[in-house]
Design a protein around this ligand. Structure first.
Ligand code: HSE
Length: 319
C-alpha cells in the first residue's frame, strides 16, 4: 500500500541539442518549470485533471497528453492497484524550444513515482518520461528529458537512453536564452529537416561535438570557443526565426562563447562565461527588441542547473 496519497513535483525547462549534439545532448535551465500534482485514486487508470499556467487546456486523454502517457506506462510497469489524477501547472510555454513537453512528462512521472510503494531511482524513470515526451515530438530523443530529469548537461544516445552520461559542466558556464513569443512545434521543426547531409559537414560537426565534450571533461571553459557552431541543423532551421542572424552576431560580438537555437526554436541561446552574462544579455535584448518589441521572454541561467524534484504543497502554483 502506498503511503502518500498526493504528491507534487516540478521539472525545469531545458536546452535541447546544445548546438552541436542534435538529439543527443542537452542541459537544464534554472527557470520556472512545469508543476504536477498527482493524486491517488481508488479506480485504476489515469485521469487528466486541471490545467493552469501558461496554457489552460491540454488533451483530455492521458495517452495523448505528455503528462499522462508516461504515467500510464509507469503504473502498468509497477502493477499497482490504484490510479492517479494528474493536475498540470504549465510554467514552460508550448512550442517554445525550452523543452516544455519534457518538463511535463518528467514532472508527472516524478510526482507519481512518489506514490508508488517502492519508488524507482530517477534514472529508472527515464523510459517512462520519454514515452510521455514522444506524444509531442513524434519520436524518441532524450536531449530534453534527460537533463530535465537529472540536471546539468546530459549526453543521451537515442537507441540506449539508459546509457546516458551526466557530463561535467565547466566552472562558470552560464547561458542567456531569449524566446520570441510565437509557437514553433518540435514536430514541425523536424519535418523541414533534410535527412541527407554533406559528409564534410558531418566531420566538422563531429569535431565541434568532440571539442565540446573534451572541454567539459577537462573543465576548460575557454576551449568551448567555436565548439557551439552547428553546421548541420541550425542552417536548415534558423530561417524560421526572424532576426536569428542579427541576434547571433550581437551575442557573439558581446563575448558569447557560442550561440544557437534552443531545441528546434524559436528560443535562441548564448553560452557565456559568468563575467559576460550581463553584457551578452543586454546586447541580445537590444537586438531582439528591434525585431519583436517586448514580445519575448528571457532567462539567464547557470548551465549546471538542477533537475526535477518533489516539492511541498505550499509551492504548488496551480488552482
Ligand atoms: N532534438 C530535438 C530537435 C529537440 O531538435 O528536434 C527539440 O526540442
Amino acid at each position: 500500500m502506498a503511503s502518500n496519497t498526493v504528491s507534487y513535483a516540478v521539472a525545469p525547462p531545458s536546452v535541447g541539442n546544445m548546438a552541436v549534439g542534435f538529439d543527443v545532448l542537452g542541459h537544464a535551465l534554472d527557470a520556472p518549470g512545469d508543476q504536477i500534482r498527482a493524486t491517488r485514486t481508488d479506480k485504476s487508470g489515469v485521469v487528466m485533471g486541471a490545467v493552469s499556467g501558461r496554457v489552460t487546456s491540454l488533451p483530455n486523454k492521458p495517452e495523448s497528453n505528455t503528462a499522462g502517457a508516461g504515467v500510464l506506462e509507469l503504473l502498468a510497469s509497477q502493477n499497482v492497484d490504484f490510479g492517479v489524477r494528474i493536475d498540470v501547472h504549465k510554467g514552460v510555454a508550448l512550442g517554445s524550444g525550452m523543452g516544455g513537453s519534457a518538463s511535463s512528462a518528467v514532472a508527472s512521472v516524478v510526482a507519481v513515482n512518489a506514490l508508488l510503494p517502492q519508488p524507482l531511482a530517477p534514472i529508472e524513470l527515464m523510459p517512462h518520461a520519454l514515452a510521455g515526451e514522444q506524444v509531442a515530438s513524434g519520436c524518441i530523443h532524450g536531449d530534453n528529458v534527460a537533463p530535465c530529469l537529472l540536471g546539468g548537461i546530459v549526453f543521451v544516445p537515442p537507441a540506449h537512453p539508459e546509457r546516458c552520461v551526466e557530463v561535467p559542466v565547466p566552472d562558470g558556464l552560464n547561458c542567456v536564452l531569449i524566446r520570441p513569443e510565437f509557437r514553433l512545434d518540435t514536430s514541425a521543426g523536424r519535418s523541414i529537416l533534410n535527412e541527407k547531409v554533406n559528409l564534410n559537414d558531418v566531420v566538422t560537426q563531429m569535431s565541434h561535438f568532440g571539442h565540446l565534450l573534451c572541454a567539459c571533461f577537462s573543465n576548460d571553459i575557454d576551449a568551448l570557443e567555436g565548439a557551439f557552431s552547428d553546421v548541420l541543423v541550425e542552417p536548415q532551421r534558423c530561417q524560421q526565426v526572424r532576426g536569428f542572424a542579427e541576434i547571433k552576431t550581437a551575442a557573439l560580438t558581446a563575448g558569447a562563447l557560442g550561440f544557437s537555437l534552443s531545441g528546434s526554436g524559436p528560443s535562441m541561446v548564448a553560452w557565456v562565461r559568468a563575467q559576460d552574462v550581463q553584457s551578452v544579455e543586454s546586447e541580445m535584448r537590444r537586438k531582439v527588441e528591434q525585431f519583436y518589441g517586448d514580445q519575448y521572454q528571457y532567462v539567464t541561467s547557470m548551465v549546471n542547473a538542477p533537475g526535477a524534484r518533489l516539492i511541498q504543497s505550499k509551492e504548488w502554483l496551480g488552482d
